[in-house]
Design a protein around this ligand. Structure first.
Ligand SMILES: [Zn+2]
Length: 401
């Protein structure tokens, strides 16, 4: 039993029952020398005709899989997703269509995603559409979307999240993950650190709507966060132990979303800002930034905004009881300071400033006021500030930039 399964099992002791029907994964392997395990799994499942989906950066791993897993009962084919004019591989119509045709033409038994987030998004949608099993082979610990049943696709330059398929198994080779570009490892850390503000937003929303937190997902996400923060030096030194814990944390966060059936635990205002910037870059046909890099910087900005404005609006709204305000104050006070988050990110050489991405101050200002509208069904603390204290936000943003 691996660590993630142990964490999930241990949560059965919690008072709330786990919605295990939302989770359908057979194996999660995060270890060295993964190829024999992958080969055995494919044989055991009778997946004899497997399509590998990757890109130029992961061709080397697709070739290794074909070489190391070769067997008289296994046939592999591959399709290499192509970058757009900005040299970004995106989950757009062309790459989806290319992969669908490749899978249909070779009449595959299973789809294997070999790469990071975007490749997984394409592969999980193709597997869902063709009703084929989907297996994950991550090559960088860069994002928490490896275990996910939704695929954010880019259709006519707009981001649309569609239903797709979660992986039946994940095979993560620690040597491959450790040798991923440092920027991608830092992005994975940033995607996890974003849970500080997403969890706060979720707690705010439950108080605002008089609803409840889903305890198992909260615990799993907090576990992922603590595990990452406690492993920062091992991650920065490239130790397999640190990389392994980061990968576990990313998968745990994804499983937390699946357990709850919604993404509140993993995606709050910091993600809404990141999505707003991403759409801006798409519309303007500008080069994309790593998801986790945007989330890193957005987390710092949102935390700074919250920690500055919360004391100014504290108990100023009677939709929340005094107890609710006190609870939220305590929750915000227990978060790390902005300086601590910057320190965490610098430890793994992550990005911490808008200028490093870069995001202009005018785009940042616009995103603070408009990003919440990306998820109209969510009620984050940022949305509350915009709805009821826009003047204070305006003053903050003006003094900030
Ligand atoms: Zn994320």
């Amino acid at each position: 039993m691996n660590t993630i399964e142990k964490v999930i099992k241990s949560m059965n002791k919690e008072k709330e029952p786990l919605k295990l029907s939302n989770i359908n994964i057979e194996h999660i392997y995060i270890q060295e020398n993964i190829y024999p395990l992958l080969q055995q799994y494919l044989l055991d499942q009778n997946y004899t005709n497997v399509l590998l989906i990757g890109d130029d950066n992961t061709v080397v791993f697709m070739n290794s899989i074909i070489e190391q897993c070769q067997n008289e009962h296994l046939t592999f084919s591959n399709t290499v997703l192509l970058p757009n004019q900005n040299q970004d591989v995106i989950a757009d119509e062309q790459n989806v269509c290319q992969s669908l045709i490749a899978a249909q033409q070779t009449n595959v038994d299973a789809i294997l995603a070999v790469g990071s987030g975007t490749i997984h998004d394409v592969a999980r949608y193709v597997a869902f559409t063709l009703k084929k099993p989907f297996v994950s082979f991550p090559t960088a610990p860069s994002v928490d979307g490896f275990y996910s049943s939704g695929a954010p696709l880019i259709l006519r330059n707009m981001k649309v999240t569609v239903t797709a398929k979660a992986p039946k198994a994940i095979f993560a080779d620690l040597h491959i993950l450790k040798n991923a570009p440092k920027s991608m490892i830092a992005a994975g850390v940033g995607d996890i650190l974003g849970k500080y503000t997403s969890i706060f937003d979720w707690k705010f929303e439950t108080k605002w709507r008089k609803s409840e937190l889903y305890e198992p997902t909260l615990l799993l996400t907090e576990h992922a966060l603590a595990k990452t923060v406690n492993s920062l030096s091992e991650i920065s030194l490239g130790y397999l132990s640190g990389i392994s814990r980061l990968m576990e944390a990313l998968i745990e966060s994804g499983i937390g979303i699946a357990l709850y059936g919604q993404s509140h635990s993993a995606s709050g205002s910091e993600h809404h800002l990141s999505h707003f910037w991403e759409i801006h870059h798409l519309i303007n046909e500008e080069k994309q930034l790593l998801h986790g890099e945007k989330v890193s910087v957005a987390t710092i900005e949102i935390l700074r905004l919250y920690q500055t404005l919360f004391p100014k609006v504290y108990k100023q709204h009677n939709f929340l009881t005094d107890e609710d305000w006190d609870y939220l104050k305590k929750e915000l006070d227990t978060l790390p300071t902005v300086e601590e988050i910057i320190h965490f990110l610098k430890e793994v050489e992550g990005k911490t400033e808008l200028e490093q991405l870069p995001i202009s101050s005018s785009l940042f200002n616009e995103s603070i006021f408009k990003a919440s509208s990306i998820r109209p069904n969510r009620y984050t603390f940022l949305r509350f500030l915009i709805d009821y204290h826009s003047r204070e936000v305006e003053q903050y943003v003006t003094s900030r930039t």
